[in-house]
Ligand binder design. Structure first.
Ligand code: CIR
Length: 253
């Protein structure tokens, strides 16, 4: 069960953030409405939401997931791989200290984005991507293995972040798109397969009794409902324009 989440309101500077998509300029007012709806969805899942105020200094800092990896026992402050995002951790570290006594760190030359880390029960999968390098992945693996966790490093072929294409719903069931549909590292899990046209919806989050999914993917919603999960849909268009998905917008622990 998750009890706590951390989110961060997007600032106006969001419009100058990083993106590789050609979906157009985000509309700021719509972005704020979507962020509010995201918070409401989390609350419906029965978690506390700690909402941080917007940071104009860090345009991408609403994507809080990339700044930390959280477990029930400790938090790991990452070293985000994009230059413009690396110092976002200075705003997140003090907040994590409110919740955790035990904080670990990814140190340069290691880089790591939390979006590259997927927890499946006591096993963490760590993607090597444009943002997470081998050194960062090895540091996290070591930290986790020094605790009670297992860790597997997964070099990515196509996806931006590991969790762009994979999610864990619990009960040994993962959601897999693209390169993860038949990936040997995930062969032991049951799968909900997401076809290419619905790929964005592979980034969904199980939060207690619900799975939060992006709005506009009826086939994904049906697959989840058929598998026995209640879904909450959230409109994500303005975050998608800047390569963000549902998992990126919160830390959950
Ligand atoms: C970035 O390029 O860093 C942001 N525009 C999007 C980050 C998305 N985060 C995530 O998938 N965990």
């Amino acid at each position: 069960m998750f009890k706590q989440t951390i989110v961060k309101k997007p600032g106006r500077s969001y419009l100058n953030g990083l993106t590789t998509s050609d979906l157009g300029e985000p509309v700021f007012d719509k972005l704020l409405v979507q962020h509010e709806a995201y918070i409401e969805a989390l609350k419906k899942c029965n978690v506390e939401v700690r909402e941080l105020s917007a940071s104009e200094e860090f345009p991408d800092s609403t994507f809080v997931e990339d700044t930390a990896v959280v477990t029930p026992e400790f938090a790991v402050v990452t070293n985000p791989g994009a230059n413009s995002r690396a110092d976002e951790i200075t705003e997140m570290e003090p907040v994590l200290k409110e919740f955790y006594k035990d904080i670990r760190y990814i140190n340069a030359p290691g880089t790591l984005d939390g979006g590259d880390v997927l927890q499946v029960d006591d096993h963490f999968y760590i993607g090597i991507s444009e943002r997470t390098n081998e050194e960062g992945a090895k540091q996290l693996k070591q930290i986790l293995e020094n605790s009670q966790y297992k860790a597997t490093i997964v070099p990515l072929k196509e996806f931006f972040h590991l969790k762009t294409g994979i999610a864990y719903l619990g009960d040994n069931l993962i959601v897999a798109a693209g390169e993860f549909m038949n990936h040997p590292d995930f062969s032991q899990y049951e799968k909900i397969i997401i076809p290419d046209e619905d790929e964005y919806s592979a980034n969904c989050i199980r939060v207690n009794d619900f799975v939060i999914i992006p709005e506009g993917y009826p086939a994904t919603k049906k697959k989840m409902n058929d598998a026995g999960y209640q879904t909450i849909e959230v409109e994500m268009s303005e975050f998608q324009k800047h390569d963000g998905g549902l998992s990126c917008l919160s830390l959950r622990f």
